[in-house]
Design a protein around this ligand. Sequence first.
Ligand code: ATP
Ligand code: MG
Length: 448
Amino acid sequence: MSDKKEKFSAIKGMNDILPADAPLWELFENTAESVLKSYGYQKIVTPIIEETGLFARAIGAVTDIVEKEMYSFEDSMNGDQLTLRPEGTAGVVRAVVEHNMAYDGPKRLWYKGPMFRHERPQRGRYRQFFQFGAEAIGFAGPDIDAELIMLCRRLWDDLGLDNIRLELNSIGNAEERQRHRADLIAYFEANEAVLDAEAKRRLHANPLRILDTKNPAMQDMVNKAPQLLSYLGGESLAHFEGLKKILDANNVQYTVNPRLVRGLDYYNRTVFEWVTDELGAQGTVCAGGRYDPLIETFGGKPTPGIGFAMGIERLIELMKGQGEPAAPSQCDVYMVHQGEEAQMKAFILAERIRDAGLDVVLHCATPQGAGSFKSQMKKADGSGAAFAVIIGEDEVKNDVVAVKSLRGAEGAAQQASVAFDEAVDYIVDQVIGGGDCGPDCDEHHHHH
Ligand code: ATP
Ligand code: MG
């Protein structure tokens, strides 16, 4: 064995979320969860690994994801074919069918978590990324489509994001797409000279997906291709009109994008994307659509469904563009102590202060030791705590603690000596009522 220590780094395309970014993630997740709750959506958690066949079925064989992006492997213990989930709908639909969840009526569900796709890492495109998603199972009308879209709008509003626009389309049903498909293939064949290799490969397998191409050389051609919208029958059109009517009545701005598609048999009618121009090529922050035929293909009773998934990294980047929120403090109280007896008392008092609902960091030893008072006070300052509680030999002898305000006005009396047994009440009073903000201060509302 060599003496050289091996250094590890994260898998390419998989990111660490460090404490500096964590508050922004927390802000996003808390906001999204409370918006979903305000519409009556309930949380569901499914495993990160599922049978490979589930994704092939739910996503479709001729898709980017299933063709080339899945992390699939054989479980060496038993030979099972498994895949790290590339998206959330398949697992949720599997769970809905497996637990017969829709038996007593429709369900509004949401999920969050990491997804895995073997893509070329670049800005806004990672191999592990996080999605927040919702699925509404058992609702047939355009009303739920509108609800999901308006829920997203509320989330952008609550996050202060005003640079996301809505694109909308209807892809009808399988029969309508079949008629469109024949004309589409004929049109592409007539324009074969313009097709790139991928488009040629998809020409017969999944021609709809060619409309989605990002190849600049093909844009003009696909823009003039036959539009699926003009192949829709009465019911599909009525659904689409119904959706637009609700959106219009609620002042939801959108553009109809006839090229917005899902190249998959199980998707139907409404498709939508929320897009921004501020993230370069990866501008879609949320994609959604209806999948009425899907649940039946999983052996469930015919049950309509619609959902969306948003890419959290892309939304975090948009939030960063609006300026970082102030770094939150690590704790309310930082406990400084010197000597073994003082340390014992500090432990006891820290637990009591936490019992009272405050956040406390107790100074602990590093390889350099416990540190002087002075170096401990530096740590207390750096923690962002409102107060330092100091216990030294004198305090132990007199059964008191010193409570020092770290954020009070300069020159004000900032330190008090308080009996050990009265310290918790005193500190709670100071933190809740004191400092430079009043009793309604935002910073402390989580304590009660
Ligand atoms: P694209 O056309 O950009 O590849 P997609 O159709 O593969 O998108 P969906 O499967 O609809 O994307 O996923 C929903 C959302 O999840 C996307 O709109 C995006 O915000 C996010 N997302 C998808 N893939 C990635 C990725 N590799 N890294 C980061 N975010 C992603
Ligand atoms: Mg993709």
